[in-house]
Design a protein around this ligand. Structure first.
Ligand code: GRF
Length: 213
């Protein structure tokens, strides 16, 4: 039985596409059972439909509070009985109740070498700081924003004259490699969350994640 994955998006869904492409291989241990967006015009919904994956839209603006939205989102997600929830450019702050409901079975990808630069505008911040390297991190989601234990991290050199857009594009290319890998590890049972930490094949993963080469 393949691991059932629900992917949450808000936009382009290029990471979703990387997961769809990975899951198209017969030996990939996970299947995407649904894609849910809080935005009806998210291009990722088209990507999902093109691949015959169920989609749903839950517009956060239709709810009176964050708590009500998160409760409805949780019900929608759980209707697909996922083993794993994957945040792929889902641009919402989540309530602690929601996060705790999926503790140990929800992953996020963030475009920085966490713990550097949680939050937005990570590429700009890395360039402005004069960093030599930037990158992306897959991590388990905990109640602290972009603060859960890291799983895998890919480094990208910052080049002379880099713009936010150029750097973002190169980081995104690495995101598309590490996210399907992390989902594969989880589905294979090699990656687990225990005692607030991420573990790979029985060892605690270092704070900055497994380095992806
Ligand atoms: C990615 O940069 C991801 O790291 C961040 O949001 C962006 C989503 O891009 N969380 P896409 O929708 O997967 O193309």
């Amino acid at each position: 039985m393949k691991t059932r994955v629900v992917v949450l998006i808000s936009g382009s869904g290029s990471n979703l596409q990387a997961l769809i492409d990975a899951a198209a291989n017969a030996d990939y241990p996970a299947q995407i059972v649904a894609v849910i967006s809080n935005k009806s015009d998210a291009y990722g919904l088209v990507r999902a439909q093109n691949s015959g994956i169920a989609t749903a839209v839950l517009d956060h603006k239709a709810f009176a509070s964050r708590e009500e939205f998160d409760a409805a989102l949780r019900d929608k997600i759980d209707s697909y009985q996922p083993d794993l929830v994957v945040l792929a450019g889902f641009m919402r702050i989540l309530t602690a109740d929601f996060v705790n409901h999926y503790l140990g079975r929800m992953l996020n990808i963030h475009p920085s070498l966490l713990p550097l630069y949680p939050g937005l505008h990570t590429h700009r911040r890395a360039i402005e700081a004069g960093d030599a390297t930037h990158g992306a991190t897959v991590h388990f989601v905990t109640a602290e924003l972009d603060g859960g234990p890291a799983v895998v991290q890919a480094e990208v050199p910052v080049e002379q004259g880099d713009t936010e857009e150029l750097l973002a594009k190169r980081v995104l290319a690495q995101e598309h490699r590490i996210y399907p890998l992390a989902v594969r590890w989880f589905a294979d049972g090699d990656l687990v969350f225990r005692d607030g930490k991420a573990w790979y094949k029985g060892d605690v993963i270092p704070a900055s994640g497994i380095k992806f080469k």
